[in-house]
Write a protein that binds this ligand. Sequence first.
Ligand code: SF4
Length: 290
Amino acid sequence: MSIQTPRHIAIYGKGGIGKSTTTSNIAAALAEAGHRVIQVGCDPKSDSTTILRGGAELPTVLDSLRDRARKPKLEDISAVGFWGVLCIEAGGPVPGVGCAGRGISAAVDLLEELRVFETFAPDYVLYDVLGDVVCGGFAVPIRDGIADRAFVVTSSDFMAIFAANNLFKAIDKYAPSGGARLGGIIANSLQLDHARGLIDDFAHRTGTEVVGYVPRSVDVAQAELYGQTVIEAAPYSDQAEIYRKLARRVTGDLETRLPKPLNGPDLKDWARDWGDRIFGAERAAAARSA
Ligand code: SF4
């Protein structure tokens, strides 16, 4: 299966790290700039597109397919959000049964069957993918020729870095046989002094690149409380400009690459070294102010 025209972009990230907020703001920025955009939520929580739709609920593809009374139509599984972004949620399995990854495959198969890519004619299709475990199910967008490039959203938290490193391993496995290559890292929720240096160093050690830095901002929290993207809620803010720049970067002509993930012991050593550096800097700062 190859559906790489228009441009299909997968955005991975550990749960709670801000990948849906980032993806939705990228979608909103692209739509605002005049592009036709589809966002497909690939997270069993099914709330990827919420802030594009004022917080409204959206039936998922898997839920619609479970109702076997009739074949779902596009209007059953989609809603038009901010600036015309077509929003779709793949959905998740019944708890304790089935595979979340199946929802992603089922969503893409249904969109192809309904000829959504031909009729809606998007310029970009964004897949917002849960990246806690890059198992066979959640690897579908980068494995099966669905996306041509993948990005990972990470903070400086070790578990988010660990998830990013796992995505790199999956890309290395599948890219040589037609899977997606890495576009880069999106550094999110930057607040602490060391955060940017730590993520830059991780990118350097894994032969990758940081394509955007997104600081923690009250604009994001406020927009989410309104059920909106920052692009909609605070269009003239610095944060909105940061998302617009990021949208141009992830969709632009950048060099995609095969990352060099760290093995388990090297990742632990790297993390311990950063732990020493951070506590050393804090001790020095405390000594100066004493
Ligand atoms: S492949 Fe992944 S999503 Fe599917 S059942 Fe296994 S762990 Fe769950």
